[in-house]
Design a protein around this ligand. Structure first.
Ligand SMILES: *Cc1c(COP(=O)(O)O)cnc(C)c1O
Length: 433
């Protein structure tokens, strides 16, 4: 399969090139040139396939011949070696837990897949890479973990000072070895601006093979299609049909991957993009006017995005507004509603949501109250321990530490604190990272 640019140029590249470049020459996102439906017998018999076989069948067309079958299976095996439990919270309402990976957020799947693929290609060409990643909390940890101890790739994480939780900061700053953390005196947008500038900086490009690891990169974005197949496999076993998915959305990469799974033939009746107060897309669905406002800070910080990069990919799939509206809804919820939902589910079901999952829950509840759909699933995208200060206070209870977080509090934070682009550039050119 080839990837095309969603901009005006006629650039077509294979998976390897799309992965290494991140963006097309015209600055636009890459998108599969053609998405063919998978064999319907495979989809009808999903419950008879192993998770690894499902992952391989789903991902193979996007990779084409750039990676051999044996190597792709190895990569997928490394990517999905943890559980994706589907839990029925209320009758016909399920949560799909995506946070059981090494860094306790759903981004582990995309980040590990990308890291494994990049290392695979680098090994063949003996190419050394430097991944720059701006993070509002979860991406940096997932990408750092994915590339930790890589022989070919160094990672530089930029995160905003005082805007990530204590747990997240410990994760970001304690990797060591080939992972460097930069604490930026500013907000997430500033981190992202520095990364964007770096990619067009001639001096930096001379010294490094720079690669971005945000969800604009097809290698981080597409593997997320897999867990929608895993969920449907489980729902089929339970004889549940007519399924709608609510996805807590920030940059809209995860939900767009779900939409791709529908395009591949997976029977999903509707997608709900649930957002926090950054409500550009919910407003767009009402008014047809796409007008990002200034980003506002919320307690679901991984979704504090006002101009979601992947929305253009969703528009590309659905082609026109009517078709979009038929398959896709979007609702926004504020911090008070979010925390109240955390409390409500804890009191009723003894289940602890994180703020992102709580928004997903609110989205599916709202959709199911307005529409007919027999089965609702919302994605739980982060482990609540990542936001323990907030959650423990609201619920007046102590959360159990998962094994992934057990030794974290004894680790030492190591980071450099920087402020401007010039600080950053000087750092990159002078320090041995
Ligand atoms: C990144 C993130 C999101 C948003 O995902 P997008 O693909 O950017 O829409 C939601 N929840 C959590 C916990 C995240 O880390």
């Amino acid at each position: 399969m080839l990837y095309k640019s969603l901009g005006s140029s006629n650039e077509f590249v294979n998976f390897e090139v799309a992965l290494k470049k991140g963006l097309a020459d015209d600055g636009s996102l890459f998108f599969p040139k053609k998405i063919k439906k998978l064999d319907h017998k495979f989809i009808q018999n999903l419950e008879n396939y192993s998770d690894l076989d499902i992952a391989y069948k789903v991902i193979k067309p996007f990779i084409g011949s750039t990676i051999s079958e044996i190597n792709l299976k190895k990569i997928l095996n490394n990517t999905i070696d943890f559980d994706f439990p589907l839990i029925e919270l209320e009758k016909n309402l399920f949560t799909l837990e995506l946070f059981n990976g090494p860094t306790l957020a759903f981004k582990d799947v995309g980040a590990r897949f990308m890291a494994n693929c990049l290392d695979h290609f680098s090994n063949i060409n003996s190419r050394y890479n430097t991944v720059l990643v701006a993070t509002s909390g979860d991406t940096g940890a997932a990408v750092g973990n994915g590339f930790l101890n890589s022989k070919f790739t160094k990672v530089v994480i930029l995160y905003p000072k005082n805007k990530v939780s204590e747990f997240q900061e410990l994760q970001l700053t304690s990797f060591g070895n080939n992972i460097t953390a930069l604490r930026i005196n500013g907000n997430f947008d500033k981190c992202q601006d520095i990364v964007k500038k770096a990619f067009i900086d001639k001096d930096l490009k001379k010294k490094f093979n720079l690669t971005s690891a945000n969800s604009i990169n097809v290698a981080r974005w597409l593997p997320q299609t897999i867990y929608y197949f895993f969920a449907l496999k489980k729902l089929k076993k339970l004889k549940k049909h007519n399924v709608a998915f609510s996805v807590p959305s920030g940059n809209f990469g995860n939900i767009c991957a779900g939409i791709i799974s529908m395009k591949l033939g997976l029977p999903i009746s509707h997608f709900i993009a649930s957002t926090n107060a950054n409500d550009t897309v919910p407003r767009y669905m009402q008014s047809k006017i796409y007008k990002p406002l200034k980003t506002v800070e919320t307690i679901s910080n991984a979704m504090d995005v006002s101009n979601p990069s992947n929305f253009i990919r969703i528009l590309e799939v659905f082609e026109n507004f009517e078709n979009l509206k038929k398959n896709f809804s979007s609702y926004s919820f504020n911090d008070i509603e979010t925390l109240d939902a955390v409390k409500e589910i804890f009191d009723k079901e003894n289940y602890v949501l994180d703020p992102h999952g709580a928004i997903g829950y609110l989205g599916i509840k709202k959709y199911m109250s307005l529409n007919k759909c027999s089965t609702g699933v919302f994605l739980e995208t982060a482990h609540p321990i990542k936001f323990s200060e907030l959650i423990e206070k609201k619920l007046n209870t102590k959360l159990t530490q998962p094994i992934q977080g057990k030794n974290l509090s004894s680790k030492k934070k190591i980071f450099y604190e920087l402020e401007t682009y010039n600080d950053f550039k000087k750092f990159m050119l002078e320090k041995p990272i």
